[in-house]
Design a protein around this ligand. Structure first.
Ligand code: TYM
Length: 347
């Protein structure tokens, strides 16, 4: 008798991504992630978006601020175009499958893999003896976030690429160790002109919500005046814009502003350079400021309107969490079966 043919399990396209509510949302989060979350939703793909509050506490957070920032980020998502009826939007701690699978993945991931994570090295710096164990384990929780839904595609900025490679390694090792084809091997989706938005004060470091200088970033809560001022004051060199994108090489600040313009306008950097070849920053910066205000102000205004009703935001997050849990729980139950846990409790 011949062996039954094993048909490889195929995984339906499902998008998952997350943002830490560890501060306000920045232009980097918006262009590198959020704007693209909306595009994926609007393409009609199944989309699950998460405010990863469990990741945020890998560094101490003031409880009152954390709650506030989580609601504010949820408002940012909705104001930017995430429709909670079409996408699942929730905060991570309301779906316990993340933490449960995170532990299992801690037992799959190898110390050597985790030690190579450059973001941990950057964040811990010389202080690695004093940072939390959670900060070290964080990429394995991130893998659990994604695999709890068997998500196949993850839109992120460039800085998350290595974490997604780790997610692939963990999924492959799980499948191998248990002889299953259970978890998909996720595809990073790192697209567009602004996969790495840089600081407005230093074109060689990433725009980040944790940068001590508020001038280094544009926050989604900044008003029109502040946005325009920050762009006008952004660090640049003295030369006019080149007539070809290659001319931006070794000009990190100029390149950053061109990329931001391109991402906001929905153009390629080459198109922007074509329109502004030879322009001085005295011309380009006001044009960029106008564009940024035109694109971001409606989001800012809608965000502050939504923030007036925190109970409604909490309701949306709760409803999203229930929908997320309905997907993740059966997957977790299968994982427990695969790894040999008894589950005899009557519910
Ligand atoms: P976080 O909160 O640091 O950033 C959220 C998203 O924004 C992108 N991003 C940027 N993109 C371009 N330029 C920038 N300057 C910039 N800054 C941030 C990030 O790449 C990210 O896509 N570990 C993640 C959160 C996370 C997650 C997940 C993401 C937890 N679980 C599962 C995807 C899937 C993080 O700390 O992102």
């Amino acid at each position: 008798m011949s062996e039954p043919v094993q048909t490889p399990q195929t995984f339906p396209t499902r998008i998952f991504s997350g943002i830490q509510p560890s501060g306000g949302l920045t232009l980097g989060n918006y262009l590198g992630a959020l704007k693209r979350f909306v595009e994926k939703q609007d393409e009609g793909i199944e989309t699950i978006y998460c405010l990863v509050d469990m990741h945020a506490i890998t560094v101490w957070q003031d409880p009152i601020k954390l709650r506030q920032q989580t609601r504010e980020a949820a408002c940012g998502f909705i104001a930017a175009g995430i429709d909670p009826a079409r996408s699942i939007l929730f905060n991570q701690s309301q779906v316990t499958a993340h933490a449960e699978l995170g532990w299992i993945f801690n037992c799959i991931a190898r110390m050597g893999w985790m030690s190579r994570m450059t973001q941990f090295k950057d964040k811990a710096g010389k202080n690695s003896e004093n940072v939390s164990l959670g900060l070290f384990a964080y990429p394995s929780l991130m893998a659990a976030d994604i695999m709890a839904y068997k998500a196949t595609h993850v839109p992120v900025g460039e800085d998350q690429k290595q974490h997604l490679e780790l997610c692939r390694d963990i999924a492959m090792k799980f499948n191998n160790d248990y002889g299953v084809n259970f978890f998909p091997i996720v595809e990073p989706v790192i697209e567009g002109a602004a996969t790495r938005v840089m600081s407005l004060r230093d074109g060689t470091s990433k725009m980040s919500k944790s940068d001590p200088s508020d001038q280094s970033r544009i926050n989604l809560t900044d008003d029109a005046d502040t946005i325009a001022k920050k762009i006008r004051k952004a660090k640049t060199d003295m030369d006019p814009l080149p007539d070809h994108v290659e001319g931006l090489k070794d000009r990190p600040e100029a390149k950053n502003l061109v990329n931001i313009y391109a991402a906001l306008a929905g153009h390629t950097p080459a198109q922007v350079i074509k329109d502004y070849a030879g322009a001085q920053f005295g011309t380009f910066k006001p044009a960029l400021a106008d564009l940024a205000v035109a694109k971001l102000s409606p989001i800012t205004t809608e965000m502050s309107r939504l923030m007036q009703d925190p109970a409604e935001i909490d309701r949306i997050l709760g409803e999203g969490a229930a929908r997320a849990d309905a997907i993740a729980r059966p997957i977790l139950n299968d994982v427990y079966d695969i790894i040999g846990m008894i589950r005899s409790r009557q519910v």
